[in-house]
Design a binder for this molecule. Structure first.
Ligand SMILES: [Zn+2]
Length: 420
């Protein structure tokens, strides 16, 4: 957006002539739900930063011809530049209208409601496994440019990697810091992909070696902005992208420092295999904290699968004295276009070991299998009692998805019996 407005201010966004009417309309629809007196409105207001994120989204991509969305032929986005097709970038209209007409946008990285959906599904899948494995642990694999800092860090027990952690093993101390930081330009895409693949390789390998029983992992990107001459586009806004892998793991033995060091060794090995020497710009970093209660597991899954906090990234950029006009010019491209492409949202979540269903040995999987969503046809068939009696799996699936649908509409678990 070519303007110096504060994009988290709803009023400034709604008043700005460059913001397309369609996106203003979507923002008004969002606000209508946000101010709603019902359970959904209450939930939306309780989500810190959701209104800021909505205003930021509504003012995104204003310099592109998004007005071409609805063409007389009924097509969408066909006249837009190819990189801005609905599948290649974040579609602000679709996300702000999430839930209208009972259609969900499915963009868990940018939509809080859809992030909650994926968290809720992960709770259904993994919380029943809590008693079936012994030693659960939260982990994050990441990269750090600072040689003194990179290594193994132990969490303080709050299961939040952003709180202070204790450095326990810093093998690169004394070496030179990495000279460059990773930006989101397509010329560095291969490095982002190689790092991501190395993280996945590590999770797979440590399960195969029997160090871990199983792992559920989610790849995530984070951005930070500060002022200075950019190595990405020559503007006065520098940015850094931080790919990292969030893991929930279980192990047959307690995860003491000896075992964690072994995992770190495998991480270094996998990164070396994927990244050629001239691409090793930073050092591997591993954060871990044991999960001691089922409630801790639930909150860690929520942290792992949270939506991107681009409202915080924008605010921190302003705190770092970025010029608002220049930040507005580059923010959408970096976060909503490049970030969306580099995150590979469809392949970001994986399961290994005893948390993955192996069709040849289904008993070995300790997680609950989420049934496939039902078709209308199947739901109709299940209403017939004799058919339902012959297909108990389908009936279970129907109740599972009915419960999920009720939750989406803001019902609590307690009133489920009165309404059917
Ligand atoms: Zn959504």
């Amino acid at each position: 957006m070519d303007s110096s407005i504060h994009r988290m201010s709803v009023q400034q966004v709604l008043d700005h002539p460059v913001v397309p009417e369609e996106q203003k309309l979507a923002l008004r629809c969002f606000l209508k739900s946000w101010y709603g007196k019902d359970a959904q409105g209450g939930w939306m207001r309780s989500q810190h930063g959701s209104k800021d994120a909505a205003a930021l989204l509504a003012s995104s991509f204003t310099c592109y011809p998004m007005g071409n969305r609805h063409l007389p032929c009924g097509g969408r986005l066909v006249d837009c530049p190819s990189e801005l097709s609905a599948e290649a970038a974040v579609d602000p209209f679709r996300i702000l209208m999430c839930g209208y007409g009972r259609k969900h946008c499915g963009r868990g990285n940018q939509c809080r409601r859809c992030a909650l959906d994926r968290i809720d599904l992960a709770w259904s899948e993994f919380l029943p496994a809590w008693t079936k494995a012994k030693h659960w642990c939260a982990m994050v694999f990441g990269m750090d440019r600072r040689a003194e800092h990179a290594g193994i860090h132990q969490g303080d027990g709050t299961l939040d990697p952003e709180t202070a952690s204790v450095p326990v093993y810093q093998p690169f101390a004394g070496r030179a810091n990495g000279a460059f930081s990773l930006h989101s330009g397509s010329e560095l895409e291969y490095m982002v992909d190689a790092t991501r693949n190395a993280f996945f390789d590590t999770a797979k390998k440590i399960c195969q070696k029997g160090i871990l029983g199983g792992a559920f992992v989610h790849h995530e990107l984070a951005f930070s902005f500060w002022s200075g001459v950019s190595h990405y586009d020559g503007s006065h806004i520098r940015h850094r992208m931080e790919p990292h892998l969030n893991l929930l793991v279980n192990a047959p033995q307690p995860l003491d420092l000896k075992v964690i060091k072994e995992i770190y060794r495998v991480l270094c090995y996998c990164l070396r295999r994927r990244l050629p020497p001239d691409c090793r710009w930073s050092y591997p970093d591993l954060w871990f904290a044991p999960v001691l209660a089922k409630a801790g597991m639930a909150s860690w899954l929520g942290y792992m699968l949270k939506m991107w906090r681009f409202d915080l990234w924008y605010q921190e950029a302003l705190n770092h004295r970025c010029s608002r006009r220049e930040l507005n010019l580059c923010f959408d491209e970096i976060v909503f276009l490049n970030g969306y492409r580099l995150a590979h949202p469809k392949g970001a979540t994986r399961r290994y070991g005893n948390l993955r269903l192996n069709p040849k040995n289904p008993e070995a999987c300790i997680a609950l299998q989420i049934p496939d969503p039902m078709t209308q046809e199947q739901i109709k068939l299940c209403k017939d009692e004799s058919y339902a009696a012959a297909h108990p799996d389908l009936v279970d699936a129907m109740f599972f998805w009915l419960e999920k649908r009720r939750k989406r509409r803001g019902h609590s678990r307690d009133d489920s019996e009165t309404e059917y």
